[in-house]
Design a protein around this ligand. Structure first.
Ligand code: GDP
Ligand code: PGA
Ligand code: MN
Ligand code: MN
Length: 612
């Protein structure tokens, strides 16, 4: 048995509550060794991981790793929110009583670290000194060195952060056990994986994965699920799956901050990293704050709605990332950035990485190339020849500091004032490019009825339309009725109301299926219109479902779209919308205690469509 006190003394970990937590879990998990991790340990951990074959070199200061082939996405069916309060049960949070589920997961974890090292990762989700710092501290325990490397990039990691907490006992207890991946029955009735957040005990217990979305507990389990629960119970803040960006008009000096939710793999990272399209010259500067999580609150002094990104890094989808779609992303994973690549294709002779869409063609010479399953491309049978080389959910991981357009004040604990909140997803028809909504309840209603096609970031059917309230469906930690009320309460308390909008970069031609809008960096045009609309510089065209830009207002210089495509994305299909309202009604009826304001907004939209 490891002498835990000695390890913690040597590491300088003095927080007594954290020490007790580590001792408790060391007893349960029975590791051979314990190590406390700080960001300063990164280069040593990299060397050890290289030596152990857990990662491979992928160019100067770049690394490649592969997760087990049945472990490449978040598993929503195996994700559970547990509390001791029946009223926390919602439609999407897979609620279970903690008394029932906790012993099951703990049973799986018992003795699981035998022969292994237990890494203890003290972290902060949020810049130190932020108003929500109280909810930001956590300590992840893991048996996986690659998880340590990811956490160092994605969170602020260090012993000092946890030694000096204002409330030493107020930290999230986050336990991650990889498990015996080939023998967990992933996706079968005998599935042994459990991803549990015991929200009212601020404890996260994840068993059976080493994929980032399941294993980096600071990110999704704490930063989203736990934080959403904490923000609601304290009545202090919202935690949402939102990107956050700043736009500056260098000519007028005006500045806006826009945040918003799109389901996983629907464009948050690309949008936040976008630079103004070349055609607009360099009049606008877009700055990056965050690409996956935003915490929102009202500043008690100024009364303004504020937001910040609790993360310290980017866990981005690799597919289709290239010079044209996202040059900023490529810069942020350039040689020397210490970026990690997961489940991309890898060449073990040249140490290159590749993914679909990185270049128009696959590398011509297959020598040395290995696909995301670890199989040699050269050994593929003819019927496997067309299969992707990289997993569609393959990822890059890099620190915010590497992002070339990261905002100068991204580390400012005060956050930034939020001017606009947008929702969007992959919707092949019905949803126009952008429709602005000025009313709070209608904006919240719009978020609650966000419907999008499923993507590959979670296990499930790609292409099937499903509702995903505010893009939070996989991260909901309490019931949807109170969630809607909490939104109305927090945003409603702000001195200046943000504008809302629904955007859609993914409308397709009914015939050949091409995207009607070029997307990526051109998306800024829709956001610029929204900011101008908010400031009263353009008026748009009122429709039953919001205000849509006219062609002139959208600003099409340097962009050559077929007129028919442009007409489609700047119009609404009344018939399809009327049909949609019935589905929305059913969707909302699932949620008991939905605030009356939301129903009023729903009926108002339905009536406007009837009269259109
Ligand atoms: P996130 O998971 O929400 O952060 O989404 P990403 O920004 O990583 O994008 C997910 C996938 O959608 C990637 O394969 C992108 O290349 C693609 N994507 C992102 N933005 C756009 C867009 O505006 N148009 C199109 N057609 N694809 C996009
Ligand atoms: P994404 O982030 O939204 O960029 O895909 C990771 C996730 O949600 O799993
Ligand atoms: Mn996400
Ligand atoms: Mn992303």
């Amino acid at each position: 048995m490891v002498d835990v006190d000695k390890v913690l003394d040597d590491a300088g970990l003095s927080n007594e509550a954290v020490r007790d937590y580590v001792k408790h879990w060391a007893e349960h998990l029975q590791p051979d060794r314990i190590e406390v991790v700080s960001a300063a340990d990164d280069s040593r951990l990299i060397e050890e991981a290289l030596a152990a074959g857990e990662i491979q070199p992928a160019g100067e200061g770049l690394y490649y790793s592969r997760s087990y082939s049945k472990d490449t996405a978040r598993s929503e069916e195996r994700t559970i929110v547990a509390t001791s309060r029946e009223e926390d049960k919602g439609v999407y949070n897979n609620w279970r009583h903690s008394d029932e589920i906790r012993p099951i997961v703990e049973g799986h974890m018992k003795g699981a670290f035998a022969g292994k090292t237990m890494y203890v990762i003290p972290y902060l989700m949020a810049p130190p000194g932020s108003p929500s710092e109280k909810y930001a501290a956590g300590v992840e325990i893991t048996d996986n060195r690659t998880v340590c490397l990811h956490m160092i990039r994605m969170a602020r990691v260090g012993i000092d952060l946890i030694n000096n907490l204002a409330e030493p006992d107020h930290f999230v207890r986050a336990v991650h056990v990889t498990g015996d991946l080939p023998n967990l029955g992933q996706g079968t009735p005998e599935d042994k994986r459990y991803f549990v957040t015991v929200a009212d005990e601020r404890t996260i217990l994840h068993f059976g994965s080493s994929y980032g979305g399941n294993a980096l507990l600071g990110k999704i389990a704490h930063g989203l699920r736990q934080a959403a629960y904490d923000g609601w119970r304290s009545r202090e803040f919202l935690s949402e799956q939102f990107m956050l960006l700043g736009i500056k008009d260098k000519e007028t000096g005006k500045q806006w901050h826009v945040c918003g939710g799109f389901p996983s793999a629907s464009g948050k990272t690309n949008l936040a990293m976008t630079l103004a399209p070349d055609a607009l010259g360099d009049r606008y500067h877009v700055s990056f704050y965050g690409d996956d999580i935003a915490w929102l609150w009202v500043d008690p002094d100024s009364g303004e709605l504020m937001g910040l990104n609790p993360e310290n890094g980017v866990f981005g989808v690799a597919k289709d990332t290239n010079e044209k779609t996202n040059p900023t992303a490529l810069d942020s994973i350039a040689p020397g950035s210490q970026a990690l690549f997961t489940n991309v294709a890898y060449n073990d002779q040249t140490h290159e990485v590749w993914w679909e869409g990185k270049t128009p063609e696959r590398p011509a010479d297959t020598a040395g190339w290995i696909d995301w399953k670890g199989e040699r491309i050269a050994d593929r049978s003819p019927d496997e020849a067309g299969d992707p080389w990289a997993h569609p959910n393959s990822r890059f991981t890099t620190s915010l500091a590497n992002v070339p357009n990261v905002a100068a004040d991204y580390n400012d604990p005060k956050g930034v004032r939020i001017d606009a909140i947008i929702f969007g997803g992959r919707t092949r028809d019905r949803e126009p490019l952008v429709r602005a909504i000025t009313d709070l309840a209608e904006g919240v209603y719009d978020g609650l009825t966000l419907g999008a096609e499923a993507t590959f970031a979670a296990e499930g059917v790609e292409g099937k339309l499903r509702y995903d309230p505010m893009s939070m469906r996989p991260f909901m930690s309490y019931a949807e009725g109170p969630y809607a009320q909490h939104w109305l309460d927090i945003v409603g308390a702000a001195k200046h109301q943000p504008i809302f909008a629904h955007v859609n970069w993914f409308q397709r031609d009914a015939g050949d299926g091409h995207f009607l809008w070029p997307g990526y960096r051109e998306n800024l045009r829709a956001l610029l219109w929204l900011c101008q609309f908010k400031d009263g510089e353009v008026t748009g065209r009122q429709t039953a479902v919001g205000v849509i830009p006219t062609e002139d207002e959208l600003g099409m210089e340097g962009l050559d779209l077929p007129q028919a495509d442009l007409d489609r994305i700047l119009d609404i299909d009344i018939e399809r919308w009327r049909e949609e309202m019935g589905h929305r009604q059913e969707h909302l009826e699932q949620f008991p205690n939905l605030p009356e304001e939301i129903w009023v907004a729903h009926r108002r939209v339905a009536e406007a469509l009837d009269q259109a």
